[in-house]
Design a protein around this ligand. Structure first.
Ligand code: ATR
Length: 269
């Protein structure tokens, strides 16, 4: 049976096996999907061995997306541009690297009827997570894009990559009004939710790239308290990026909303 896995460290909490097994059951594809815990300094050995033993594809999660981009034989242009790979496929004996995070985010926002086009966008964070979704968001034609980061130099470097389309700021020098605020920092992993002035979130739509089983990430809780008009965690993005990876591997696109409803009862049809 074709073997797939998600590689990360830590990886025990990952929902990817549950998601891909559900996709396989739904589409009738026969495959096995496991978790692969790689030592922090042992990514190349772990994934090399996985493919040598007949593995067909990997999802890559923290902290290996950057390393995966350098490891694959060939990174697709979109993945190479953001320097992060979240999906590896073995095709004709060659490892190919893709990034499906951006398309996953855009599809989840669409499914939740959140418009990107014509809107003022604020991205918080300038690490791999934001870099991975930036192109897909810009392709959706927002009116403006700001990137705010604790270390402003990283926000400036990302903005520079995009040319005049994007402005950079530090977290406490942010000025202006935003319609859609997306948190791409890892601060929530240590329980921190409030990164910017709460006035900025009041009346805005707020989305966290992180997710939690109960949808209440620290950023989501903070945004709700700050008076956000709408708040979502990134569970839908996780399912959508997985569906895009599944389509790359198996050539068929599974439906996602049924699965989301089973992971989170109450999700609108
Ligand atoms: P990832 O690949 O998940 O994006 P990363 O590249 O380490 O991980 O980036 C983490 C992001 O979260 C960065 O933007 C980081 O800000 P710095 O560039 O200043 O380090 C941000 N971040 C992490 N913890 C934070 C905190 N407590 N407050 C504000 N920003 C934080």
């Amino acid at each position: 049976m074709d073997r797939y896995a998600v590689v990360g460290n830590p990886v025990s909490h990952s929902l990817s096996p549950e998601i891909h097994r559900a996709f396989a059951a739904k589409t009738g594809e026969r495959l096995r999907y496991d978790k692969l815990l790689a030592p922090v300094d042992g990514f190349a050995d772990s994934v090399g061995e996985f493919f040598e033993r007949g593995g067909r594809g990997l999802n890559v999660t923290l902290p290996f997306k950057g390393e995966a981009c350098r490891w694959v034989a060939e990174a697709q242009p979109a993945a190479a541009r953001c320097g992060a790979v979240n999906t590896i496929a073995l095709e004709d004996g060659k490892t190919l690297g893709f990034n499906t995070d951006g398309i996953g985010l855009v599809r989840d926002l669409e499914a939740q009827q959140v418009r990107i086009s014509g809107r003022r966008l604020l991205l918080i964070g300038a690490g791999g997570a934001v870099s991975g979704v930036l192109d897909a968001l810009i392709d959706a034609n927002p009116a403006s894009v700001h990137i705010a980061n604790r270390t402003i130099a990283k926000a400036e470097a990302l903005a520079e990559r995009q040319g005049a389309a994007v402005a950079a700021a530090s977290l406490d020098s942010l000025d202006g009004r935003f319609d859609l605020i997306i948190n791409g920092t890892s601060a929530g992993l240590t329980g921190e939710g409030g990164l910017i002035a709460p006035e900025l979130a009041a009346g805005a739509q707020c989305y966290d790239l992180l997710y939690s089983r109960d949808a209440q990430t620290p950023f989501c809780r903070w945004a709700k308290d700050a008076g956000a008009a709408w708040v979502s965690d990134g569970l839908g993005m996780l399912v959508e990026q997985a569906a895009a990876a599944f389509a790359i591997w198996r050539g068929c696109a599974p439906s996602t909303r049924d699965l989301l409803r089973s992971l989170r009862p109450g999700t609108p049809a």
